[in-house]
Design a protein around this ligand. Sequence first.
Ligand code: PLP
Length: 451
Amino acid sequence: MTLTSPDLAADAQVRANDRAHVFHSWSAQALIDPLPVAGGEGATFWDYAGNSYLDFSSQLVNLNLGHQHPDLVEAIQRQAGDLATIQPAMANGTRGELARLIAEVAPEGFSKVFFTNGGADANENAVRMARLVTGKRKVLAMYRSYHGNTSTAITLTGDPRRWANEPADASVVHFFGPYAYRSAFHSASEEEETARALEHLEQTIILEGASTIGAIILETVVGTNGVLVPPPGYLPGVRALCDKYGIVYIADEVMVGFGRIGEWFAVDAFDVTPDLITFAKGVNSGYVPLGGVVISDAIASHFDTVTFPGGLTYSGHPLACAPGIATFEVFRRDGILERVRDLGERVVEPRLREMAEKHPSIGEIRGRGLFWAIELVRDRETREPLVPFNAAGPAAAPMAAFAAACKKAGLWPFTHFNRVHVAPPLVISEEDLVRGLDIIDAALSVADEAA
Ligand code: PLP
C-alpha cells in the first residue's frame, strides 16, 4: 500500500508549511525533520515519496484498530451528520451509550465515567477526585512512569520528561516499583522483588505519613518506561496497602487499556480492583481526542450531593464518543481481545525469545499481548544499557542506527532509551506481524555490532 505514484510537490509543500509554522511537541524545533505522512490503512502508513511503513508503534501506542478503520470513520461521519457537538452539561445519546459500554467491561462496582480530552487530564481529574474524597493532598507515583504532560500529570511522571518542569507541585512523592531485571532492591527472584517492592512502598507511606496521602497512581503495565509487567502479587499488595492506610488507588490504563494486552482493562489480568481507572488512546484509537476516568461507585457516591469541580468544554464530545462505540462493536465482532492474546503467545513471544538467544545485544525481553519490550545491553553480564539512561545525540547513536535500519526496511519502530518496543495495531495481519519481527531481527545486527 502506498500512494499510486510519488507526489514530490506535495511532499515539499507539507514540509515547507510544517517547518515554517508548526511548533512541535517534545522537540528542539531546528533539530527535527518530521516525516510528511500522506495516508494510512490498517497497520501501514505511507509518505508522499513512495515509501510505506509498517507501524510497529501504533503511532503513540494509541492506534489500536489501525489507520482508517472503516467502522470508526463511518461512525464519525454519521455522528457529524447527526449532531457535531454538544456541551457536556447536556445529556447526549452517543456519550451515554459509550459510558454504558465502558461500565459494562469495567470491574464490578464501577458504573460511572467522567470523560476528558485525553490521558493527562484523565489523570489530573482522578487525582482531584482522590484528593476531594480523602481530604488528603499528597500523591505517591512510581519512578519509571509516565502520566501525561499537563501540570499535575507531568509532576506525577517518574522519568526525565518531568525534569524541565521542576520545581513543581511538592505534594507528589516518587517510589520504586518492581523491575526484576534492574532491581532497586537487589532481589534474586520475582517473589523477592514483589515482597521488597511492597515493603519499600509501605515504608514510603509510613515515612511520608498515611494521614497526608490521598492517592497512589500507577500504570497497570508500565508503558513508555519499559513495558514493565508487574510480578504476581504486586498489584494486589498495593491494593491491600491502600485499604490499610485509607488511600485511593488510581490505575493509569491510558496506554494499556482497551486491548493492548488482550483485556478491556489490564487490571483484569492481575487480580486487582483499583478505585479509579484512567483511559484514553485505545478507547477510540485516537481518531478524535478522548479520555476519561472510570469511577468506583464508592467514590462516585461522594459526589452525589457534593459538586465535583472538574469539567472541560469538550468532555465526552460526540465526535469522539461515536468511534468509541464503534470500537466496542469491532472488538466484539472481530474477537480482538482473543486475537491479541493469541498473537502475543503464539507469534511474538516465541519469536522474541528466539531473537534473545541469537543477539548478544538483547538483555531481556518482556511483555504480554501486543505490548513487548526488547531491552538492549552492551554486556549481558553487567547489564550495562546499550546507550546510557536518557542519552541523546551521539550518545544515543546505536539506537538511532537501529531505528534507521528498521525504517529503511519499511518498519516504523518504537524506541526509547535502550529499548525497542513492539506495539503494532491490534488488527495487524499475522503475515505483517511476522514481517515486522523479521525486520527487527535483521536490524538488531546493528545493535549487536555496537554492543
Ligand atoms: N498515561 C500513560 C500511561 C500514557 O502512556 C500517556 C501517554 O502516552 C498518558 C498518560 C498521557 O496521555 P495524553 O498524551 O493523551 O495526555
